[in-house]
Write a protein that binds this ligand. Sequence first.
Ligand code: SAM
Length: 345
Amino acid sequence: MANAKNRSSEDTTLGDAPVDLDATPDVVGAVEADAGRGGLARSASLEIERLMASTLAPGLYLVATPIGNLGDITIRALTVLARADVVYCEDTRHSRTLASHYRIGSPLRPYHEHNGAAQRPRILAELDAGKRIALISDAGTPLVSDPGFKLVREAAAAGHRVESLPGPSAALAALTSAGLPTDRFLFAGFLPPRGTARRSRIAELQTVPATLVLYEAPQRLVECLEDLAAGLGPRPAAVARELTKLHEEVVRGDLVTLAQKFAAKEVRGELAIVVGPPLLGAVTDDAIAFALRAALADSRLKEASRSVAEALGVAKGRVYEIGLRMKSVADDEPDDARGDDRGET
Ligand code: SAM
């Protein structure tokens, strides 16, 4: 079995000499002068050569790969993939495009949600035998809405080195381009595809005091945005589509407007939804009850809750709950003190 070590498998030295990142003034000048003469290509290939010549310790390497643009891969990721004894991926045909582009000849083998249970003992045996195993997914960071968590858990429990090579992830690319607060965010993955389950998951997210990042399929975008708008109110949001690709776009607006915008056109490609944190803070239950009383004058509780939620930027479920409480208080009052009850339950 491989021993887990504390230090990284590749140290930050050039040959035997440690890189002194503070001693740069002369280097910066030299780099600028050299850049136009292919200096960048030379430096990058030197770094590749250096890493290729270094020893890659046995262990499991989680390697982030591009989410569209093949250029979005780190030098270290390339050299780990090139030196790995086996690269496990979701779909070998898909990952061959990346491997061929960079002429990486390491064997590709499938690891996905349908064969994971059968493959794990084999991978653990390979780790026991001192192999260097890389795990990638179809795109982005493995394990992020992709397979790998159980493999990491078992490899770590068996004492193997597990190293993550950070790089692209649609979640972070979407978050950073949305123009919404980034100090706290919750990655909520894919919401359930069915309406009822999706709406109850959204209800769970209503009070999360953070920006939300979600993945969604293009054919479900509009219904998902509609449910988000109904459940969370008109919060500021963004749909980040085809990031790093030719037709990349980030459409920003509140959830209601976005739902309307996307309903009017065919949605294609891969996308992520980013929703700003709750606007509520300042909106008290009393303020909601006040607005609700007015709205109930000419509509039923359901419609009134929806319009108040939209007007105040609060969750419809919260307004409805307050409406129900108001109604039960009214029901407890003597008949002559009762206002207009429209029989809504
Ligand atoms: N592991 C990947 C990552 O780190 O981003 C995500 C895998 S998940 C199965 C795939 C989902 O990510 C897509 O359905 C889409 O929601 C999102 N996605 C992937 N690539 C994207 C892109 N280029 N632009 C926007 N969203 C993307």
